[in-house]
Ligand binder design. Structure first.
Ligand SMILES: NC(=O)c1ccc[n+]([C@@H]2O[C@H](COP(=O)([O-])OP(=O)(O)OC[C@H]3O[C@@H](n4cnc5c(N)ncnc54)[C@H](OP(=O)(O)O)[C@@H]3O)[C@@H](O)[C@H]2O)c1
Length: 262
């Protein structure tokens, strides 16, 4: 399904209207087309990945591997995915951690509110802020070398404003030295927050990157979270299918697919 937002609508309006179309048709890969009538029809499985033996009360920065920057619709949806698998994740926004802590705690004990600066100590950082804000986040670290950044953002700005680049390549330029992978951007937040086990299969997450080495650990994370990662290749190749360009959504955006196998 390709959705073309109308000129005057804000990003949130677009997401809200798309949400109204749920439940979506879900297509089982390898198993022929299937229609799922209930939005969250599949039962939540009990086979969650075990916790990692981390004492969440110690809250040492050195053991944090993951952070989500942006704690709105998508940030909270992803935090739920981490919490459901007992995986520790820092969450941050422009607001102080005290302001985010009640909601973080409500999602689960493995979700820890941090200052932006402290959250950015994680190895793998998911960017879930409004697209234009990536520049501000970029400034928070002198160097992004050694960081893996997962770009969950969608940019609806025209390609001319992005130097003709796919939006994630534009973001990568601001985060000098980071390994950037686009992912978790193609589904609406409510779907991301839902159980990724659907009708015995796993909800598909598309990953694309110009850095071949960066994709494998992100795919492993997606699997840990219960999703089925599908690699699309480079940002300007397969990745174009999950990029918004101008006011056109890539053809795979909002396609809620699942695979029988991870
Ligand atoms: N909503 C969806 O269904 C959906 C689906 C797929 C992808 N996306 C993409 O995901 C991104 C986030 O969308 P959203 O709907 O989650 O937005 P949202 O609900 O407005 O949340 C944005 C979050 O970013 C934080 N933020 C803003 N500027 C920041 C900065 N400079 N530094 C740190 N945190 C900052 C905000 O918190 P503070 O105000 O406290 O800083 C807020 O927590 C967007 O790029 C969007 O295109 C959205």
């Amino acid at each position: 399904m390709t959705v073309r937002p109308r000129g005057s609508r804000s990003r949130q309006d677009v997401y809200a209207s798309i949400q109204a179309f749920e439940p979506m048709t879900r297509i089982a890969w390898g198993g022929g087309p299937k229609i799922s009538k209930g939005r969250h029809a599949a039962k939540r499985t009990t086979g969650a990945v075990e916790g990692r033996g981390i004492n969440i009360n110690t809250d040492r920065r050195s053991i944090l591997s993951y952070a989500i920057v942006g704690f709105g619709a998508v940030g909270q949806a992803l935090a739920r995915a981490f919490a459901s698998k007992n995986i520790k994740v820092a969450v941050a926004s422009r607001r102080p951690p005290e302001a985010l802590a009640p909601q973080a705690r409500a999602i689960g004990p493995t979700v820890v509110a941090k200052s932006l600066r402290d959250a950015l100590e994680a190895d793998t950082i998911i960017l879930a802020v409004p697209f234009g804000e990536h520049r501000e986040v970029a400034k928070a670290l002198p160097s992004w070398k050694g960081k893996t950044v997962i770009d969950a953002m969608n940019a609806l700005v025209p390609p001319e404003e992005l130097d003709g680049l796919p939006s994630s390549a534009f973001v990568a330029k601001a985060l000098t030295g980071a390994k950037l992978v686009k992912g978790f951007n193609h589904l609406i937040a409510a779907t991301l927050a839902a159980d990724p086990i659907v009708e015995g299969g796993h909800r598909v997450i598309f990953l694309s990157s110009d850095d071949e080495d960066a994709t494998a650990p992100v795919a492993a994370l997606a699997k840990q979270l219960g999703f089925a990662p599908v690699k699309l290749g480079e940002l300007n190749e397969g990745g174009a299918l999950v990029h918004a360009r101008g006011r056109t959504w890539g053809q795979l955006i909002f396609q809620d697919l699942f695979k029988k196998e991870q």
